[in-house]
Design a protein around this ligand. Structure first.
Ligand code: DMJ
Length: 636
């Protein structure tokens, strides 16, 4: 073989066939390469070195770009997977891709695989939720802190909830227990008040009409043991057996109506006839019914008038009746608030003339001219049967219980006497239209008066019977807005107490209506007295029975405490006061009205009792002196 001739091109040739025997040692390979390199021409060697250097430089220059590219590919894969998981959680941020595009997204490998990348799924969900919540909380915590606290608090909250659950139960038990305790202690407080009043009456006025607790004596109105009779069913309801028995003994042995004495028809009907009838019902003792028949029959001469509208006064011994000395008028409330009692007497005795006499009054009043949208004037003439002194409309003195007895007769008779209901509903609309206003600055709803078209923001405490009556009507199926109005008026009656320095209401208030007033209620000097009247606690009783809102009980308890503070006489009894605005000297009047025992304390006791069957309002209807009479059983 010929040695290669000098060539003008680079030719790299490696050991060819037929060369020395095969030797693959490192030493041999190194020597062989070097020999080959030396065999190359200078040009060939330069070219090879140039190419190698060039490759090296290119490699170094392109390294970062290649790395970045590779990293980018990795991240894209991760992001795509992450987004596909979050999409359902925040669809408004990442809109749902069009369906055909979906397959183009890299398929998430698995939830588990993702979780490994992003943290435990449960924790992740919590963070997500809490993160959203804390966005609005804006409490300024650092995100990291917040997240850490969230998972910790998350667990703690559950624990707290569990503990709270137990605590709630404990609290409820505690509340039930303490409300039972407070019920018991409030009932006892009423019993104690009654016993104190009774002590005064027993010690200084036994068998007489009213106690004069300061002078430790008594006053006579009819001379019929008015306080004792008025208080009979209260003692029965309060469970004061001993006191009841001694009073009963007096009625059985001492009480006689065969007396030459003038009595007021209305007052003796609601207090004496009503008290005896209700005590008969509660006890089943016919002695009380016999006494009721006796007084009932002796009152009947009052109806012997030209118009059949009864006179105000009757001499129960002589059997004669007459109007007051100065007029032949009777008071509208008086002649229309004796019906419950005479109707019940008629039912018990099966003597219809009692019912006929009082029904005739209602019939006439129903037809009379002179009403304003169902509202009645205050006087009615016993000769011609017409309203007199027309143009004055009030829900207070001389008209109040007309409205009360429209509803209550309807309830007593089993809700069948439509005319009574119509008159009642019309009257309430008349009140809303003509007498209802709001005070300034606090917008208390009140019932004012109308005198010859002129509105007066005057409201008697007597008007506070109205919330209870409205609530009773609503309970018996009358419009629900009657209950709304009842609640508003109840608040107002309560404010008539709260806003006085003694926490006791005056007899009459005037409401401010002009803008810029600083207080809602004004009291005139002559109106600052408190006679221990029941109307507000009466309404509180109805409102509590129907709503079960304990605030009404609390309000009643405040009132009882203030009676104890400002009207209780240490030697026994409670007294009317002259000035509810002077807690230092409320100026006692030295008189305990019979209705304090007959009504005020009875309603307070019923208010504090949580037993709806203690004189159920579905079985009994209270007369206007708080004597419960049965709702007649249906004969249909
Ligand atoms: C009570 O004799 C009766 O409640 C009557 O209806 C109004 N006056 C007194 C109580 O204030």
């Amino acid at each position: 073989m010929h040695p290669p001739s000098r060539q003008d091109y680079v030719s790299i040739s490696f050991a060819g066939q037929g060369s020395e025997s095969y030797n693959n040692s490192k030493q041999w390979r190194r020597q062989s390469c070097w020999r080959k390199w030396n065999q190359l021409s200078r040009l060939q060697r330069s070219l090879i070195l140039f190419v190698l250097v060039l490759l090296f430089i290119c490699g170094i220059a392109s390294y970062p770009a290649v790395t970045e590219h590779l990293n980018g590919l990795k991240e894209r894969e991760q992001d795509t997977n992450h987004n596909s998981v979050l999409r359902p959680v925040i669809p408004h941020v990442l809109p749902e891709p069009a369906k055909p595009a979906q397959p183009l997204l890299p398929k998430p490998t698995s939830q588990r695989k993702l979780s490994n990348k992003r943290g435990p799924p449960v924790l992740q969900n919590r963070l997500q939720k809490k993160g959203n919540a804390s966005d609005t909380a804006a409490d300024g915590k650092k995100k990291g802190e917040e997240e850490g606290v969230i998972s910790w608090r998350g667990a703690l909250i559950d624990t707290e909830r569990a503990t709270e659950g137990n605590k709630d139960e404990e609290n409820n038990d505690q509340k039930a227990k303490s409300s039972k305790e407070s019920e018991a202690s409030r009932l006892e407080a009423v019993q104690a008040a009654f016993r104190h009043a009774w002590k005064g009456y027993k010690d200084f006025a036994w068998g007489h009409d009213e106690l004069r607790p300061l002078s430790k004596s008594y006053s006579e109105w009819f001379g019929l043991g008015l306080t004792l009779i008025d208080a009979l069913d209260t003692m029965w309801i309060l469970g004061l057996k001993e006191e009841f028995e001694e009073a009963k003994a007096w009625v059985a042995t001492e009480l006689t109506f065969n007396k030459n004495v003038d009595v007021n028809l209305f007052e003796s009907t609601i207090r004496i006839l009503g008290g005896l009838l209700s005590t008969h019902h509660l006890t089943g003792d016919t002695m009380f019914l016999d006494k009721a028949k006796d007084i009932g029959s002796r009152l009947m001469p009052a109806f012997n008038t030209p118009s059949k509208i009864p006179y105000s006064d009757v001499n129960i011994g002589k059997g004669t009746a007459h109007p007051p000395r100065w007029t032949s008028d009777s008071t509208v409330a008086e002649v229309t608030s004796i019906q419950l009692e005479f109707r019940e007497l008629a039912r018990l005795t099966q003597e219809p003339h009692y019912q006929d006499a009082v029904a005739e009054v209602m019939k006439q009043v129903h037809k009379l001219d002179g009403k304003l949208d169902g509202l009645v004037p205050m006087f009615i003439n016993t000769n011609n049967g017409q309203f007199t002194h027309q143009g004055i409309y009030t829900l207070g003195a001389r008209a109040d219980s007309y409205y009360e007895y429209l509803l209550k007769q309807w309830i007593q008779g089993g809700k069948k006497e439509d005319q009574l209901l119509e008159d009642y509903l019309q009257a309430i609309e008349g009140v809303k239209k003509n007498l209802l206003q709001k005070s300034s600055p606090n917008g208390l709803t009140f019932v004012g008066e109308l005198s010859h078209g002129q509105f007066s923001p005057k409201m008697d405490h007597l008007v506070c019977f109205l919330p209870g009556t409205l609530a009773l009507g609503a309970h018996n199926g009358l419009p629900a807005d009657h209950m709304d109005l009842a609640k508003q008026l109840m608040e107002t009656c309560y404010q008539m107490y709260v806003q006085m320095e003694t926490g006791l209401s005056p007899e009459i208030v005037h409401f401010n209506m002009h803008q810029g007033s600083t207080r809602d209620i004004d009291v005139k000097l002559a109106d600052r007295h408190n006679l221990l009247r029941p109307e507000t606690v009466e309404s509180l009783f109805y409102l509590y029975r129907f709503t079960k809102d304990h605030k009404y009980q609390d309000w009643g308890y405040e009132i009882l405490q203030n009676f104890n503070k400002y009207t209780k006489v240490s030697s026994g009894g409670y007294t009317s006061i002259n000035n509810v605005r002077d807690p230092d000297y409320p100026s006692p009047r030295d008189k305990m009205e019979s209705f304090f025992l007959g009504e005020t304390l009875k309603y307070l006791y019923l208010l504090f009792s949580d037993d709806p069957n203690l004189i159920s309002l579905d079985q009994y209807v209270f007369n206007t002196e708080a004597h419960p009479l049965p709702i007649w059983p249906s004969t249909a």
